[in-house]
Design a protein around this ligand. Sequence first.
Ligand SMILES: Cc1cc2nc3c(=O)[nH]c(=O)nc-3n(C[C@H](O)[C@H](O)[C@H](O)COP(=O)(O)O)c2cc1C
Length: 366
Amino acid sequence: MAGNSFGEAYRVTTFGESHGAAVGCVVDGCPAGIPFDDDYLRRELARRKPGGGSASTSRDESDEPEILSGVFEGKTLGTPIAVIIRNTAQKSGDYDRLRDVYRPGHADLVWDVKYGLRDHRGGGRSSGRETAARVAAGAVAKAFLAKHGISIRAWVRSIAGIEAPTPGGGGFDLDEAEANSLRIPCRRTAERAAAKIEELRKAGESAGGVVECHALGLGIGLGEPVFDKLDALLAQAVMSLGAVKGIEFGAGFASALMIGSESNDRPLASGIPPLASGKVAYSSNNSGGVLGGISNGARLEFRAAFKPVPSIAKRQLTIDREGREIDLEIGGRHDVCVCPRAVPVVEAMTALVLADLMLRGRGNRC
Ligand SMILES: Cc1cc2nc3c(=O)[nH]c(=O)nc-3n(C[C@H](O)[C@H](O)[C@H](O)COP(=O)(O)O)c2cc1C
C-alpha cells in the first residue's frame, strides 16, 4: 500500500492499525537541537484524546507515547525520530459482527474491493486513531516552527450549523476554545452546540462541523509556486484526514460572489521598500495569507469542513460481502462530532506542511 509518508525535507511516515499493537510515526529530516520531550508530547496528544466532552466517544485511549529514537536530553538529535503509542483500549469484540458487513460512510467496502482483505476492527488504518501518530509528528514540527517565530492555532468554528463568532467579532475568545470540551471560542455558542449534540446523541445521530486554523509569523516566501503551492500542500494535508470534505482559504467559496475590487487584498503603503523590510500590510485578507502559492505575510487562514461521524447508533440499511441487504446496528464507542478532537490534528498537519516548506525553501536566493 502506497501513501503512508508525507513531506519531502521533513518527511513523516505513520504506521499502525487502530486495533493492532500500536500506532506510531517516524520523522525523517527534523533538524537537531529542537526542544522535545515526553511531557510536551503527552500534552499535545492529550488534546486529541477522546473522552473529554459531550461530542466525544467514551473510549478511554491512554495515548501514552514512547519516544524510541532521535531525542537526547530533551532535544532532537537530527536523526530519525520514532514514536509509538500503544493501543490499550481496544474492544475488538465490538467489531466481530462487522467482519463481513460494510458500514455506510466508512471505507470498508472500497478496502475490500481494492485489497481483497482488511482489518475490520475499528476501521484499521482508516481509523481516526491513526491521527494520534500525526499529532506526535506534528508536535516536533510545531516545536521547530516555534523556534522560527511561527505559531499555529485551530478551533471549532461550527458544529451542526451552530456557528461561533469570527475572530475579532464580539464574543470571540480564543482562550475559551481550550477551556470548553467542544473547543468553540465562545462559551454561549459552546453551550448551544452541546445541547444540539445531546439531542443528536439521543436520536442515535451524529453531526458535522467546521474547524478553523490560523498560523502567524510565516512572513513572505513559504511555498513553491507551481505544484507545491502552500495552499495546495495544506489542502492535501488536511484533506488526508478522515471525514474532511472541504477546505477553503480566506474568503474561500465566498470569493466566487465578490467582484475584483472587493476580492483584491491591497498592499498598504508604508514608505519602506518591501524588498528591504520583507514585510507588507494589506487592506484585507481574502486570500487567507497565500498569493500564487506563496505566503504573503498576512495571517494564514483556512477552514476545513468535516462530515458527520459515519458510525451512528441509529439502524441503517447496508450490504454485506455477499451483496445481501443488512439492517445494521453499529456497536462500539464513537464520537458524535469529530471536530473538537480534530483541532490538534489539523494543527499538526499544518505544522508538517510549514516545517517541510521551511526546510525545502532554504537556499532559494543567494
Ligand atoms: C480525529 C478523528 C476521529 C474520528 N473518529 C471517528 C469515530 O469515532 N467514529 C467514526 O465513525 N468515524 C470517525 N472518524 C472519521 C472516519 O475515520 C472517516 O470518516 C472514515 O474513515 C471514512 O473516511 P472519509 O470520511 O474521509 O471518506 C474520525 C476522524 C478523525 C479525523
